[in-house]
Structure formats: structure tokens, C-alpha cells
Design a protein around this ligand. Structure first.
Ligand code: HEM
Length: 532
């Protein structure tokens, strides 16, 4: 009888019922499989409990805070689930093996999101194929040659001067005084340095300005700078698109294709990130096309030092060495990586330096003494050799990026079985390296949370445990823009403090910071006045 009942009920089932039954069975199988894998994983570690489809994405809001909480709650080694399982390492000793200079490590290989975003294996950051990475890295490093660095210093100084002009104009206006150096301006350094860095990166990468800084000035001033509105809007849209691109990168990496393609809210977000990517790709493609035409029509422009020209003209330099010319898709991705790797990272590091200097007047005094001894007059511009003598300024950069690294974590993926942090891991295991945690780990640092640049000048210097200080990452995949970023930071730091007094508007307020891939200083209100 029960069998007959079953047959009767199947006969009366509608297509909708069958569809619901089928979907429910698929979901139940997926959920069962998800938790079966989770509970039988090798080397189970503590960590937030994952949910089907989204893993721990819901826990992963402010990355730096998330790692801090994990370290406090679960210790130096724990795990999280995003598009795959990641082991989080926070103790310097445990990460050493993943940063050896002789071995190439992948970051997040075969990530469907990065492939869909069209970023996979094209340039450097998201290139997981050693040969292709090496090929691009050679071009990239060659483009950042000494010739490039010399020209960069000129561009950085010019854009910095322009920014100072805007401050003067705003300051004099608010003080209702003309031709007078007696003014004070309250302003948001985060806005200024993000747009400054964006303009600098644009000149170094493509030889053209985004005018982000001018457009920022125009939002603050009633005396607008006369540039075509289209040009300014274009620069503003470009800056916003870069920020959105990085957001999209995390979204595409951590949400599964199923969620991105079929869950309505996620799908519309995903479509908007893809549209943004197309806008950026299109912009870079046009720049490449225009520069190729310019070089063909005016061969003398080959001597330009920006990265775009170098990547195009490097074809012929390396052709004889059996190097195939770089494709436009690769050039486009290298340019994009220069922006996403070099623009906000430098701006945010600078904001953190300013913040620490405001909080530590003794350090500031010592720094001013060094700057005054090396930069004799207010209008002097420093040479590369002068910058190398700014040892205390350099120590400040190191200490600020120890306490708040602009890139607080990195990915590593092992391709062979390996023992790490006392566990044997199978090939294919992925790691998140919590740099920020190692930077203040008591096993490696005395008074780890104290801002003390002197630690870099005393016997710490040189003896520092490399695995405990990784603001530039490490091993073969160490940041190739490190020297350029340090030059930019030293130039701006020495010029700014030589010429201006800088103090926080709200001395006791917290530093406003939000971390996704990069620790972004969202606002830094300061009061500046000329240092007479
Ligand atoms: C203060 C500024 C900067 C900071 C804090 C910073 C930090 C980092 C860090 C932590 C990494 C990851 C390294 C690893 O995984 O071991 C990295 C990689 C990278 N950075 Fe930077 N960076 C900065 C500026 C720049 C600049 C100016 C450029 C370009 C000119 C740049 C281009 C890159 C590229 C292409 C990579 C990928 C390297 C690879 O995968 O082999 N960065 N950076």
C-alpha cells in the first residue's frame, strides 16, 4: 500500500513541485558536501565557523580588524573559508619559508573571479605562471630604471609645488589676506595625498595627468582652476574607477561564481564591477593606441621616460634576446597594476606618517633638525643623493609602516607538500600572511606597539628579523615599486615639513582607517600654516 501511495503522489506532482524538489536536493547535497569537507579537512584549526556558499565572507569586512580579532581569539595560526580554505599565519617564524628569495610562490591560482575579471596571468600581481611573471617583471623593472627615477623626481616635485599653490590659495582666501604668508588652513590630507599620488602615478605610468588634484582643489575653492570640465570629470571618474576596481577584486575573489551569477543582489553588483573594469580597460587601450601612433609619427617621443612608452619601445630593445614584444593586453594590465599597486599605497603610508608625527612632537623635532641640516633653504630641491642622507626620515617611514602597513596581508599558495608552522600541508594549500600581526609580535619586538623610529637607528638596524617586518612583502614577489615609493615619500616629507607646520585638527580623535586589500586612511583633518 505505501508503494501505491508513493506512485499516486508522484503522479499528482506538478513540474513546479519537481523543480523545488530538485533544487532542494541540490542544495542539501551541496551543504552536506561542504560540511563533510570542512569536518574532514587536514590539520583542522580554530577559526570562525563558515557558512555554505559564502564561507566567512560575512566576517571579512575590515581586513586588518578581522585578522587582529582572529589572532586574539584563535592564536597565531588559524583558518578561514572564502573561495577556498586559507590558513592565517601571524607569527614571523612561521612565514619565513614562504618568503625565500629563491622560490616562486603563487598567490591565488586559478581563482575563477580573477580569471573572469581578465586579470589572470597578464602582468605581475595576479600572474601565477612563473615564466610569464618573469617576462613581465623584466619589462616592469626595466621601465623603473635610473633614468625613470631621475625623471620621476622632477614630476613629483612639480605636482607637489602645484599642490602647495592650491593650499596657499585656499589658506590666503580663508584668512582674507593676499600676498601674505600669515595663513592657516584646515584641510583633509587624505583627500590631498590620494589625489596627489594618483596624479603622480598617472604621469609616471602614462606621461599624462589625471588632474585629480585640480579637481579636488575645485571642490574646495570658490576660485576654480580653468580646465575643461570634461578633463576634470574624466580624471575624477578615473580615480573612482580605480578604487572600485580594487573593491571588485575582493568581491570577485571571495564570492563563488554561483553566487555572483545567480543570486540577484550579488549579480547586479558583479555586473557593475565588470562594467567598471570595461571602462578602465577601454581607457588604457585608448592610451596605448594613441601612444603607439605618436611614437610612429614622431620617433623622437621614444625617449619619454613614462612606463607606457618604455613598455612599447622595449619591444625592440629585447627583441634580439628572443623576447617576444609585449602584447597590448599585457601593457594594459601592467599600467593598471602600477596604479593599483602604487597610488593609494603611497598616499596612505604618507597619511600614517603625518599622523604619527603629529602624535609624537619629539620625533618631529628630531626630524626637522635632520631636514634643516640637509635642506638649507625653503625652496631647495633635493637630489637623489641628498635623499639617501635623510636617515631619520627613513627610520620614520620604516616605523610608521611597521605599525600600520599599507598592505597588511599577502597571499601565498604552495605547489608542493610542505611543513609550515609545525604542520604538514598538502600541495595546493593557500595561506594569508598577516603582516600587521607579525609587525607587532612580542617575540620579535620590544615595546611592539610604541612608535619609536630610533629602534631603526640603534642596533636593531640590520639585525631586524626580515620575517617580522614586511611592508613591501618579501621573497621573489617583493614589491618592485619599493624604491620609487620611498623616493616619493622622502621627497614629499622633506618638502612638506621644511615649509609647513602641520598639526591634527582633532588631536585626540582616532585615526580614520578602513582596510580591504589596502589600509585606506579615509580622513586626516590637519591644520597647516607656512613655517616662517
Ligand atoms: C608605500 C607604497 C607601497 C607599498 C606599501 C607596497 C607594498 C607591496 C606589498 C606588500 C606587495 C606584496 C609583496 C608580496 O606578496 O610579497 C607589493 C607587490 C607589488 N607592488 Fe607594491 N607597494 C608600494 C608601492 C608600489 C609602487 C609605487 C608600485 C609600482 C610602481 C608597486 C607595484 C607592485 C607590484 C607590481 C607588485 C607585485 C609583485 C609581484 O607579484 O611579484 N608597488 N607591494
Amino acid at each position: 500500500m505505501p508503494v501505491q501511495n508513493l506512485i499516486e503522489s508522484i503522479k499528482s506532482t506538478t513540474t513546479t513541485d519537481l523543480f523545488i524538489l530538485f533544487t532542494a536536493t541540490c542544495i542539501a547535497t551541496y551543504v552536506f558536501n561542504f560540511y563533510y569537507k570542512y569536518f574532514t579537512r587536514p590539520n583542522p584549526l580554530p577559526g570562525p565557523f563558515p557558512l555554505p556558499f559564502i564561507g566567512n565572507s560575512h566576517n571579512y569586512r575590515d581586513v586588518k580588524k578581522f585578522y587582529e580579532e582572529c589572532q586574539q581569539k584563535y592564536g597565531d595560526i588559524c583558518e578561514l573559508m572564502l573561495d577556498r580554505r586559507y590558513i592565517i599565519l601571524s607569527r614571523p617564524e612561521d612565514i619565513r619559508k614562504l618568503f625565500t628569495p629563491t622560490q616562486f610562490f603563487q598567490r591565488i591560482p586559478d581563482s575563477p573571479g580573477i580569471i573572469e575579471l581578465g586579470m589572470y596571468n597578464h602582468a605581475i600581481i595576479f600572474n601565477e605562471n612563473y615564466e610569464s611573471w618573469n617576462y613581465n617583471k623584466r619589462f616592469f623593472t626595466e621601465a623603473l630604471s635610473t633614468r625613470f627615477i631621475d625623471a620621476s623626481m622632477i614630476s613629483i616635485n612639480q605636482i607637489y609645488e602645484e599642490m602647495c599653490g592650491y593650499w596657499q590659495s585656499l589658506g590666503r582666501h580663508s584668512a582674507s589676506m593676499n600676498n601674505n604668508n600669515n595663513w592657516t588652513l584646515e584641510t583633509d590630507f587624505s583627500g590631498w595625498f590620494h589625489t596627489f599620488s594618483n596624479d603622480v602615478t598617472s604621469v609616471l605610468a602614462t606621461g599624462t595627468r589625471t588632474h585629480a588634484i585640480t579637481s579636488f582643489y575645485n571642490t574646495l575653492s570658490i576660485n576654480k582652476v580653468e580646465l575643461s570640465n570634461a578633463l576634470i570629470q574624466d580624471g575624477t571618474d578615473f580615480c573612482k574607477a580605480l578604487v572600485k576596481f580594487l573593491e571588485g577584486f575582493l568581491f570577485f575573489t571571495f564570492f563563488s561564481p554561483f553566487v555572483r551569477h545567480y543570486v540577484p543582489i550579488f549579480k547586479s553588483k558583479s555586473d557593475s564591477y565588470l562594467k567598471n573594469r570595461d571602462y578602465l580597460f577601454n581607457k588604457f587601450d585608448n592610451m596605448i593606441k594613441q601612444r603607439r601612433t605618436e611614437i610612429e609619427e614622431k620617433p623622437e617621443t621614444r625617449t619619454k621616460t613614462d612606463m607606457l612608452t618604455s613598455l612599447i619601445t622595449a619591444h625592440t630593445v629585447v627583441e634580439g634576446e628572443n623576447f617576444k614584444p609585449m602584447s597590448d593586453a599585457n601593457i594594459r594590465m601592467n599600467l593598471l597594476e602600477m596604479f593599483i599597486g602604487g597610488s593609494d599605497t603611497t598616499a596612505d603610508t604618507f597619511c600614517f606618517i603625518v599622523y604619527f608625527l603629529c602624535k609624537h612632537p619629539d620625533v618631529k623635532e628630531k626630524m626637522l633638525a635632520e631636514i634643516d641640516s640637509i635642506v638649507p633653504t625653503f625652496s631647495d630641491k633635493l637630489s637623489y643623493n641628498d635623499l639617501k642622507r635623510l636617515k631619520y626620515c627613513d627610520a620614520i617611514i620604516k616605523e610608521a609602516s611597521r605599525l600600520i602597513p599599507a598592505v597588511p596581508f599577502a597571499f601565498r599558495h604552495i605547489m608542493t607538500e610542505c611543513k609550515i608552522a609545525g604542520y604538514q600541508w598538502p600541495a595546493g594549500t593557500s595561506f594569508h600572511i598577516n603582516f600587521a600581526g607579525g609587525h607587532i609580535h612580542p617575540v620579535s619586538w620590544d615595546n611592539p606597539k610604541t612608535f619609536n623610529p630610533d629602534r631603526w637607528l640603534s642596533n636593531y638596524n640590520g639585525n631586524i628579523d626580515k620575517a617580522a617586518w614586511m611592508p613591501w612583502g618579501g621573497g621573489k614577489r617583493i614589491c618592485p615599486g619599493k624604491n620609487l615609493a620611498i623616493i616619493e615619500l622622502l621627497l614629499v616629507m622633506s618638502s612638506l615639513y621644511k615649509n609647513y607646520n602641520v598639526e591634527l585638527v582633532n588631536e585626540h580623535g582616532p585615526l580614520k582607517i578602513h582596510t580591504q586589500i589596502i589600509a585606506i586612511c579615509t580622513e586626516l583633518k590637519v591644520r597647516i600654516s607656512p613655517r616662517i
